[in-house]
Design a protein around this ligand. Structure first.
Ligand SMILES: [Zn+2]
Length: 412
């Protein structure tokens, strides 16, 4: 095989979540599996904490993984029963948590903040809800075929029935056993080769917003779905009722459940909308550029609204809270939409470019001068006059990604 052959074989990793139905004894063993992995996770965490206290060094994943064999020998009926690669995955997971912690420490130091980020905490059993297995080594996937059930076999648990509602293309690499409240799920992680879509010649920058969900640099608009705003109102109403209900009363419990149901519905419908929107973009565009929200997105919180009637004053608390809630219902999905879009693009051989979002909304896309923004929907360039704010943002995103269509001057 030549070198080119090898690099051409890009694999796309996808995860499929299926409901699992362990028998009663299997469920008992699965609970024990989670508990044993939780013990391992916490022991490794404490070891790192001790080392950190004595002197600021970090214990690496490699050092901890090397101890697994000895731990197994010392505890044959506990840790010793479990899959070796699965326990390595649990240690890796802790390693990821620590890497994120050190990133936060560095970021806080850089920003000169006085409060230090919280040190990773010991997990209680009820909060430790997943174990990742390597397929073929401690776990095995048997797809449903013509029969009704698929099966997932896990070391120290057994072969569990799984409702497989869609096919899993590609090679199964890992299986994750997960508990959510009283339900169990198996997440099947598989690598498949992308199936490229025909070239369309269209490349766009896309701006994500609140009033409009999405605006492309060539002028296509995807409106924010109305059901989100409607749900925001229902949720606001339920929250007001919950605040008035007596703590511990049956009424309050009912309201809390209704609230949870409404949020679940919002999440599901929003996910459907994201999939649909992403599907259309991927079908129609070869390259899609977006703002990179994983780095800067969290700073996009609703700012307190100044009261236009009284300079220096802010709108009443309730109005602000409601505006914040509406926004969070509407925009909480940007990062998720981006990840759905990125996944679909990878499967289809399309390209997604994430650009630095700094200043994309306020600079003029034609000359780069700083614009004023007297209204949410319009920016005014001192030279080029009023421009639709979302379109301006989308064109800046396209230029930043080096896409031609973003720099196309507007006639008029
Ligand atoms: Zn301009």
């Amino acid at each position: 095989m030549t070198h080119t052959d090898w690099t051409d074989r890009v694999q796309v990793r996808r995860a499929f979540k299926f409901r699992a139905y362990p028998a009663r004894p299997q469920e008992g063993r699965a609970v024990r599996l989670l508990a044993d992995h939780c013990d391992l996770y916490n022991a490794a965490l404490l070891e790192r904490r001790e080392a950190w206290r004595t002197r600021p060094v970090s214990v690496s994943y490699g050092v901890q993984s090397a101890q697994l064999k000895d731990i197994r020998k010392a505890d044959p009926d506990g840790q010793g029963r479990h899959s070796f690669p699965a326990r390595q995955q649990t240690l890796r997971r802790l390693s990821t948590v620590f890497a994120a912690f050190f990133d936060r420490v560095r970021a806080a130091d850089k920003a000169g903040k006085e409060s230090k980020p919280g040190y990773p905490r010991v997990k209680p059993y009820q909060r430790f809800s997943q174990v990742l297995f390597v397929a073929g080594d401690g776990a095995r996937w048997q797809p449903s075929g013509s029969g009704k059930w698929a099966y997932a076999a896990f070391q120290a648990v057994g072969t569990v029935k799984v409702r497989q509602h869609r096919p899993v293309p590609g090679a199964v690499k890992a299986l994750q056993l997960t508990r959510e409240h009283r339900r169990w799920y198996v997440i099947v992680i598989a690598d498949a080769e992308p199936v490229p879509l025909p070239v369309t010649g269209r490349e766009v920058g896309a701006d994500l917003g609140v009033a409009r969900f999405l605006t492309t640099s060539d002028g296509e608009i995807v409106a924010s779905p109305r059901f989100l705003a409607a749900s925001a109102q229902v949720i606001a109403g339920l929250q007001r009722r919950k605040a008035r209900a007596r703590p511990g009363s049956g009424n309050r419990t009912r309201i809390r459940r209704a609230l949870a149901r409404e949020w679940r519905q919002v999440r599901n419908r929003r996910r459907g909308f994201h999939h649909q929107t992403a599907r259309a973009l991927v079908n129609e565009c070869d390259v899609i550029a977006l703002e990179n929200l994983t780095t800067a997105g969290m700073t996009r919180r609703p700012a307190p609204k100044p009261d236009p009637g009284k300079p220096g004053a802010f709108l009443a608390n309730q109005a602000r809270a409601k505006a914040g809630l509406t926004r969070s219902v509407l925009d909480a999905g940007w990062a998720r939409f981006t990840s759905i879009l990125t996944g679909k693009a990878a499967e289809a051989g399309r390209r997604v470019v994430l650009v630095n979002p700094a200043g994309t909304s306020i600079g003029c896309h034609r000359c780069g001068r700083k614009c004023t923004r007297p209204q949410q929907k319009t920016v005014i360039c001192p030279v080029h006059g009023a421009i639709d704010a979302d379109l301006n943002g989308a064109r800046n995103i396209a230029s930043r990604a080096g896409l031609g269509s973003g720099q196309a001057p507007t006639a008029a």
